[in-house]
Design a protein around this ligand. Sequence first.
Ligand SMILES: [Zn+2]
Length: 271
Amino acid sequence: MISILERFRRWRRARRVDAVSVSDAMWIRAEARLPFLDYLEPEHRLRLRELARTFIAEKQFYGAHGFALTDEVIVTIALQACLPVLRIGLRAYRGWVGVIVYPGDFVIPRKVMDEAGVVHEYDDEVLGEAWEGGPVLVSWHDGEDAPEGVNVVIHEFAHKLDMENGEVDGLPLLPSGMSRKGWAEAFSEGYERFCRQVDAHAETVLDPYGSESPGEFFAVASEAFFEAPCLLQEDFPAIYGQLRQFYGADPAAGERRVYGEPPRDAGVDSP
Ligand SMILES: [Zn+2]
């Protein structure tokens, strides 16, 4: 039996969610900005809308540097923020409320102390940032100035999941049935191979920024998982398999459903 207080909390939450109404036309407009949502199963798309509506009810959006937030921006960000929690649900994002949206890249002043104890101050130009127990900062790029092959919202919210069990180390809280050993093996092999590719200046499927640390690698792999799943599966099948279980979705199957099987050895003449 649930307590009166719990019943009150649920009622208040339901009232807040009821207060958010998103028209069909608005869903369609926001989703049209995110063509990779077509890789999801129909029931996942419906669940994503429900999660996004609750996300909008529970979080507070702020426009920074004079950025005027529109409903379309909020809905588009909420849909992407909820992709990583399709399976887990919004409990993974409890404990903080702010989503701060910047008009394009922004600068975070940093202070680091080197080994000699000297403090260096510099400005770090970033696309986004997630703070433990605090807000998520994301940049909004419209149309053509969007950086290619990067999804800043999925990236920062993947960090939020990674933080659920402490540090950003590339090991989020795994569901029962997944083994930490299997995760660690797939990700450490993939990370080392990826760092060698980046060091050799080879063309990579994932954003080279992922070679900064295992935590960044998990975040860029998560971006690719939803946006370019077939490429990720081809290059890092073990990582794709882990993320498929973790996120509870199989977007590569969806991408093949939408575009058909990718041609093998495309553009290479066989002798
Ligand atoms: Zn990052």
